[in-house]
Design a protein around this ligand. Structure first.
Ligand code: ZN
Length: 140
C-alpha cells in the first residue's frame, strides 16, 4: 500500500518538573523543544499534497504558541503550582506527569481535536532524547 507522509517541525520553549522522579528532573528546569508533526495519506489532494505545510503550522504552531510556549507545564498535584499561579507565571496544568511522552500525546490530541488528522507527534526534549505518540489510525 502506498503511503505519503509529510512532517512539520515546530520549535518551542517550555519548563517543567517531574513528580516522584529520583533524578534531577524533579527540579524545575526548561527545554528548547522541537516537535515533529506527521500527517499521512494514501492519496494526494488536487495540488499534489498530503496537506500544506502551512496548514500544519496554522493548527499546531498556533495551539503550541497559545498553550505551551514559554510556560511551565506542571502536574495538577505539583505543590509549586499555587505559588506560581499566585505570581502570575504562565502555567499549563496537566493531569499526568509532564514528561516528553505526555507532551507529545497532548499535542497529538490538540491537533486532531482541531481537525488536523495527525498520524504521529515526536517531541525532541534534547538533541538526543525524543518521545513519540501515535494515536488511533487514520480511517479514510
Ligand atoms: Zn525536562
Amino acid at each position: 500500500v502506498q503511503r505519503f507522509q509529510v512532517t512539520k517541525a515546530i520549535e518551542f520553549c517550555y519548563g517543567h518538573r517531574l513528580l516522584n522522579h529520583e533524578g534531577k528532573c524533579r527540579f524545575l528546569h526548561g527545554h528548547n523543544g522541537l516537535v515533529e508533526v506527521d500527517v499521512e495519506s494514501q492519496r494526494l489532494d488536487a495540488l499534489g499534497m498530503v496537506v500544506d505545510f502551512g496548514a500544519i503550522s496554522d493548527v499546531v504552531k498556533a495551539w503550541i504558541d497559545e498553550n505551551l510556549d514559554h510556560r511551565m507545564l506542571l502536574h495538577r498535584d505539583d505543590p509549586v503550582l499555587p505559588l506560581l499561579q499566585q505570581q502570575g507565571e504562565p502555567i499549563f496544568v496537566m493531569d499526568v506527569n509532564p514528561t516528553a511522552e505526555s507532551i507529545a500525546a497532548l499535542i497529538w490530541q490538540a491537533a486532531n481535536r482541531a481537525g488536523l488528522q495527525v498520524s504521529a507527534v515526536r517531541l525532541w526534549e534534547t538533541a538526543s532524547s525524543r518521545a513519540s505518540y501515535r494515536g488511533e489510525p487514520w480511517n479514510e
